[in-house]
Design a protein around this ligand. Structure first.
Ligand code: HEC
Ligand code: HEC
Ligand code: HEC
Ligand code: HEC
Ligand code: HEC
Length: 327
């Protein structure tokens, strides 16, 4: 009986081990090198990465309606460069990105970021026998790599001036974190940014208190590795306040206190008010009244109010944080 059990136990171990190697075996080894002409080819063997990338704004960069409108459907050919680029390792880190002629609808795709000019792909390991021939290349995860497209409004320079480089925290740590925090699971290719409200909420802390008869408000950049907001000049974040009314009563209109934004070049009258990494902005409202107050910070992808004289943040922007101040 004991012997039978031991034999059965051994069988389970052996069979289990064999099954595990079948199931967990890496996609395929020892394939002939392949020519890559579309990111869809990568999907065959890297389905998880592909599914994440497909939802990213990198994948939308050619079809994004806002980009198409502003570039006049890319009649402005300067706009093609970063929105449908040739491989970065071909044009070179630190150099201007070049536009590509083919498969533009794939936007900033697998090939643009990974393909090496001599064939093969940049990755974290060497596997000459795999179909895509990955080569370990530290350059891929460096801020300078992202910077070929993301430094036109100085995002990388802002990061360099922050405390994050000394702490070893770079773009990929916040925008392409390790899946489940596991160093063996690779990095999240959704590349979340301003379209992800939870990420934007983590960028700032809002504080408000009474200071004599005045209202004192502070916003601190606690989570963005660069200025808040950054990169796209169309992003704006606004601080508002209003008296808090009794539950059920008609709320008062929001009153504008401050805007964080870097203006477009033609908006010569507007000051650059981006909030640098780790910095705190303080503002005051004299005599807001002695009743309860509400203070809120909102974020907008596009800076314009439909009616600039009657801003209605509840309808046009997304709430980041709200604090109440007692009477
Ligand atoms: C040097 C590279 C580069 C060039 C050239 C470029 N862009 Fe972009 N563009 C970017 C990057 C990087 C972003 C993402 C920034 C962000 O999300 O804050 C972006 C984002 C945008 C967005 C915002 C999309 C959104 O989802 O809200 C618009 C609109 C846009 N670009 C239009 C244009 C137009 C129009 C041109 C040509 C005049 C152009 N871009 C040329 C790099 C570039
Ligand atoms: C026929 C299957 C196959 C195709 C198609 C394929 N790959 Fe791979 N890829 C592999 C295998 C196998 C490995 C190495 C196994 C591993 O992850 O340990 C690998 C590894 C990689 C790595 C390195 C992984 C790491 O952990 O650093 C990168 C990057 C990569 N592939 C990118 C791509 C890109 C981009 C494409 C499309 C242009 C592509 N691959 C197409 C099978 C494939
Ligand atoms: C914007 C640039 C960019 C795009 C687009 C991109 N990647 Fe990556 N990829 C990276 C970076 C950065 C890393 C992390 C490298 C490191 O950790 O050293 C990475 C890592 C990987 C790895 C290693 C394992 C993992 O899951 O992280 C694979 C495989 C991979 N990418 C495949 C792809 C495929 C397939 C696509 C298209 C569906 C793609 N990548 C699109 C930049 C990109
Ligand atoms: C080849 C140019 C290019 C490279 C390289 C590149 N990006 Fe982008 N990135 C873009 C463009 C273009 C957009 C805007 C697409 C759109 O919204 O239409 C964008 C958008 C983004 C966004 C904003 C997403 C959102 O919610 O709007 C983030 C975050 C981002 N990229 C991070 C990175 C990081 C991190 C790296 C480096 C690993 C990187 N990118 C490399 C061109 C690039
Ligand atoms: C400590 C975490 C952290 C680091 C490091 C970091 N970021 Fe960010 N990033 C954020 C947060 C949070 C936001 C959202 C708030 C904002 O727009 O500033 C953001 C926003 C962005 C956006 C704006 C997206 C949009 O839709 O407008 C881009 C582009 C971006 N980061 C690129 C980068 C690049 C490139 C680097 C490296 C030089 C980098 N980030 C480093 C946290 C980080």
């Amino acid at each position: 009986m004991r012997l039978v059990r031991a034999v059965l136990g051994l069988l389970v171990v052996v069979l289990g081990g064999w099954l595990a190697t079948m199931v967990f075996q890496k996609p395929t080894e020892a394939q002939p090198p392949r020519e890559f002409t579309s990111s869809r080819q990568c999907m065959e063997c890297h389905a998880e990465v592909y599914a994440e990338w497909e939802t990213s704004w990198h994948a939308q960069s050619w079809i994004d309606p806002d980009v198409r409108a502003l570039s006049n459907d890319f009649a402005n050919t300067d706009c093609i460069d970063c929105h449908a680029p040739r491989p970065i390792f071909e044009s070179g880190i630190g150099k201007r990105v070049l536009p590509r002629a083919a498969r533009r609808s794939e936007g900033v795709d697998c090939i643009a970021c990974h393909l090496l000019p001599e064939g093969g792909v940049a990755g974290t390991l060497d596997a000459a026998s795999a179909a895509c021939r990955p080569v370990a290349m530290r350059d891929l995860a460096k801020p300078e790599f992202c910077g070929v497209c993301h430094n036109q409004h100085k995002t990388v320079d802002q990061w360099r001036e922050s405390k994050y480089p000394d702490q070893g925290i770079s773009c990929v740590d916040c925008h392409m974190p390790l899946r489940d925090g596991d160093p063996n699971r690779g990095r999240d290719h959704r590349c979340l940014g301003g379209h992800d409200i939870e990420l934007v909420k983590s960028a700032v802390e809002l504080r408000a208190r009474r200071d004599g008869t005045a209202l004192s408000v502070e916003v601190e950049n606690v989570g963005a590795g660069h200025s808040f907001p950054t990169d796209e000049r169309s992003r704006a974040s606004d601080v508002f306040w209003r008296p808090k009314v009794a539950p059920g009563a008609q709320p008062e209109a929001w009153r504008h206190l401050y805007r964080f934004r870097s203006p477009y070049r033609h908006e010569v009258d507007i000051e650059d008010t981006w909030l640098p990494a780790h910095a705190t902005w303080s503002g005051r409202v004299e005599d807001p009244g002695s009743g309860p107050l509400e203070v809120a910070i909102f974020y907008k992808l596009s800076p314009y109010w439909t009616d600039p004289n009657a801003p209605d943040p509840d309808n046009e922007a997304r709430l980041l944080h709200l604090v109440e101040v007692a009477p």
